[in-house]
Design a protein around this ligand. Structure first.
Ligand code: TYD
Ligand code: MG
Length: 452
């Protein structure tokens, strides 16, 4: 009998070692190295009965290369298409990662069901009945969507050969298992092998493949980092599970920009595309309330109007409480210190709570000015006019700093019917004939002057 070949892999980063050791020299984690059996027969082809391709590729001049074959498959979902850069490229592999229960299976099943092509949804996680139940909630319209519950890649490829689908969805890569490798499903060598087989299949048949990937507790896609290197596109599905909004963004995209993002709303009947996120994120109010301000932010390349709420109240305990939801707490403390020092507000003995509505987290520094305005409004108990919005960063010396793409923000605010937008004096603006008033300010004192 042939000797069983084994090697050692770090289960955290996927680094390979010839012998066991206590600490991984690559990622410095302890006790993560495990032995895995690797047994490869001579031929590990996705098409086991086909002759292995003997085609040798030749170098070509760059302008001799035919780009016409880079055709994209329309996914019939505006948000998904946008994130991919205009549909799925034939023969490409896309990996979708996200927290458990965020809706990865729902999204891809929904897409498979809404396409007018022949699609194959392979699940190693749920039974056909479970998938059917989910599909009924989503309300299927594609009778050409086939469901296969299988985890062995060789069997999957056999079915694919018979069915010849236009799109393959695999839920999830961690459940797949290849006969050519002995180790258990989800181990580093299995993930590598199954992905290699899928890539080979995708490239040879020009069929796009969508893979679902689990993530670890610190938000990385589970398995080796090499998985992310191997695939063409890595998408991340994120959002707060207790809120309805879900954001999909590209972390890596060989065929498009990584700046785009798509927004969905989770409903009882699946995910719905959100085409006008700003209108939904701003809550309907009858009267004007103090402590609310609206920020004109950018998420990727998309302008997004977000409501910031602040509550400033006298501290009950000796040390005042500061808490922020959806906003960096350190940044909140910094802005409070700036307000205290530069505008003379006594916030040292006050509790300050900050909340970004809609359950989203904002990194865009342009939200600073709206945060400051909301705090001022709550502190003074004066409501800001409903049709004011803000887009600027606040510096340590109280200066109002310019932000990128300010014109895009102004146009979005105008489109949504805001009367005034506060921006930095140092932003260059060449817009003409806008109906919105652009208030340019340079210091935090200017803002105080306008608002209270
Ligand atoms: P799921 O796609 O199973 O998540 P993942 O594959 O990322 O683990 O989504 C699960 C959640 O979505 C579940 O908690 C229920 C919710 N959901 C809805 O709210 N509406 C629906 O129509 C469906 C199908 C699921
Ligand atoms: Mg799932």
């Amino acid at each position: 009998m042939a000797k069983v070949k084994t090697t050692f892999f770090c289960q955290n980063c996927g680094a390979q070692f010839a012998k066991w050791q206590g600490q991984c020299t690559s990622c410095r984690q302890w006790n993560t190295i495990a032995e895995e059996v690797i047994q490869k027969p001579e031929k590990s082809d996705w098409k086991s009965n086909a002759p292995s391709s003997k085609r040798v590729s030749k170098p070509l001049r760059i302008n001799e290369i035919d780009t016409a074959q880079e055709a994209r498959l329309d996914m019939h979902d505006a948000e998904f298409n946008r994130v991919l850069g205009g549909g799925m490229v034939q023969g490409s592999l896309t990996l979708l990662g996200g927290e458990p229960g965020i809706g990865k299976s729902t999204l891809l099943l929904q897409i498979a069901l809404s396409l007018p092509y022949k699609t194959l949804y392979v699940s190693g996680e749920e039974s056909q009945k479970q998938i059917k139940m989910r599909a009924e909630r989503i309300n299927p319209s594609n009778n050409n969507c086939y469901i296969l519950t299988e985890t062995k890649t060789q069997n999957i490829f056999k079915q694919i050969e018979e069915l010849e689908p236009d799109l393959v969805v695999v839920d999830s890569i961690q459940t797949l298992h290849s006969d050519y490798i002995e180790s258990s499903a989800g181990s580093i060598s299995q993930i590598k092998e199954c992905t290699t087989e899928l890539i080979k299949f995708a490239k040879e048949t020009a069929t796009p493949v969508l893979l679902i990937g689990h993530i670890t507790k610190d938000g990385q896609i589970a398995g080796p980092k090499i998985l992310e290197h191997m695939v063409d596109t890595v998408l991340q599905f994120e959002g707060d599970r207790n809120h309805v909004f879900r954001i999909i963004r590209a972390h890596k995209n060989r065929f498009g920009s990584t700046n785009e993002l798509g927004i969905y709303e989770m409903q009882g009947s699946g995910l719905r595309e959100v085409t006008n996120p700003s209108e939904i994120l701003i809550s309907e109010k009858d009267g004007e309330l103090s402590g609310n301000a609206i920020a004109a932010t950018l998420e990727g390349l998309r302008p997004l109007m977000i409501e910031v709420q602040a509550l400033v109240s006298t501290a009950v305990y000796g040390t005042p409480q500061r808490s922020a939801t959806g906003f960096n707490a350190k940044r909140l403390n910094m802005l409070l210190a700036v307000l205290e020092k530069r505008a003379g507000f006594r916030l040292g003995a006050k509790d300050v709570f900050l909340n970004i509505t809609g359950g989203i987290t904002v990194d865009d520094p342009a939200i600073d000015l709206a945060v400051v305005a909301a705090i001022l409004s709550s502190n003074e108990d004066v409501a800001l006019p409903n049709d004011y919005c803000f887009a600027a960063e606040v510096g340590l010396s109280g200066e109002i700093r310019p932000v990128q793409r300010v014109e895009q923000r102004i146009l979005e605010a105008e489109k949504l019917g805001f009367s005034t937008i506060f921006v930095s004096k140092y932003n260059k603006i060449s817009l003409k004939n806008t109906s919105i008033k652009v208030q340019r300010i340079s210091k935090i004192e200017d803002l105080v002057h306008f608002l209270v």
